[in-house]
Design a protein. Structure first.
Length: 317
């Protein structure tokens, strides 16, 4: 059944992929009506996230951002379909990169580059960044969470890797970076790092969009280990279907920053961009479902369990 669904989806995607962009955006407008007005896809989650993130905005302003976001979300879906097989010339035209000279200087100075990104539309177009580097000398990778469906995961790997960047499953990140270093290559690796960590992965909290937020710190650890330069890449929507990426250097050597320094710098820059372009961030996820109070309660129970086990072991000895 999964195989049948895959091939039906693949056929549909193939047909849609051949449409010109202007027809895709007509379909996107129709999809917006279905997703926002009919299916009401995750509208409760989106509204709650927006209200909590922008407490000073009126309901009218929140609704305006909400509707714009759903338009961008539908464009995002269509642009991903069109991304497969897009030519190099078209990719360069639709995703402009600013600041690549700074990144190249970091590499020339002997530093690899860890690139923080956020779920800002359209982050999937970022895979064309590999066009700006000599892949014989520089390993370009994109860290991602594999999809559960193996066939769809392989399809997305082909889409993301079509310009030479390598999609790297999150669990293989350090191993793949070490392999690149053994090959004598510098690396440029992108981390979409604004996701919600699992309970056991919570090591740090930041004030983000007016909310106490648990964050990943693994990106920072890898950057510090490799003495990598830390960059933040944020996306500007120039017009429909056209984007501009700005690469900003946060630190030339991550190991010189205090603990959690890179993570906090990243979240401050990301928050500033979301405040400027709120409709471009992905609001459909329950980003704040894990609270500090619940985390501390879990930690208390875990430590109590460990203590009881230690006491039982001592009594048994």
């Amino acid at each position: 059944m999964n195989a049948l669904l895959y091939y039906i989806t693949l056929f549909f995607l193939f047909i849609v992929n051949k449409l010109p962009f202007f027809l895709l955006y007509i379909l996107s407008d129709l999809l917006y009506f279905v997703v926002y007005c009919v299916a009401r896809y995750r509208r409760k989650v989106v509204r709650e996230n927006l209200v909590n993130s922008f407490p000073s905005k009126s309901l009218k302003e929140i609704k305006s951002i909400e509707k714009k976001f759903y338009h961008r979300l539908c464009d995002f879906f269509m642009e991903i379909v069109k991304l497969y097989g897009i030519g190099e010339k078209e990719a360069r035209k639709r995703m402009e990169f600013v600041g690549m000279d700074k990144m190249q200087r970091s590499i020339d100075d002997g530093h690899s580059c860890v690139v923080y990104m956020g779920h800002m539309f359209n982050w999937e177009y970022m895979n064309s960044v590999s066009l700006y580097f000599d892949l014989e000398k520089v390993f370009v990778g994109e860290i991602y969470h594999p999809l559960r469906n193996i066939r769809f995961d392989e399809l997305m790997r082909r889409v993301r890797g079509q310009f030479g960047a390598e999609p790297v499953p999150m669990k293989n990140t350090l191993r793949r970076i070490m392999q690149a270093e053994k090959e004598g290559k510098r690396f440029v690796v992108g981390f979409v790092a604004d996701q919600l960590p699992k309970w056991e992965g919570i090591k740090h909290w930041v004030d983000f969009l007016n909310q106490d937020t648990p964050v990943f710190v693994g990106t920072e650890k890898i950057a510090q280990r490799s003495h990598a330069a830390v960059y933040y890449a944020w996306i500007e929507r120039v017009k429909r279907g056209y984007y501009r990426v700005h690469a900003e250097c946060l630190a030339e050597d991550a190991s010189l920053l205090p603990e959690f320094g890179a993570t906090e710098l990243y979240y401050k820059r990301l928050e500033a961009n979301i405040n400027k372009y709120p409709e471009l961030w992905l609001w459909t996820h329950k980003r704040w479902k894990r609270t500090r109070e619940a985390f501390e309660e879990r930690e208390k129970r875990r430590l109590d369990t460990l203590k009881r086990r230690a006491e039982n072991n001592e009594e048994g000895a």
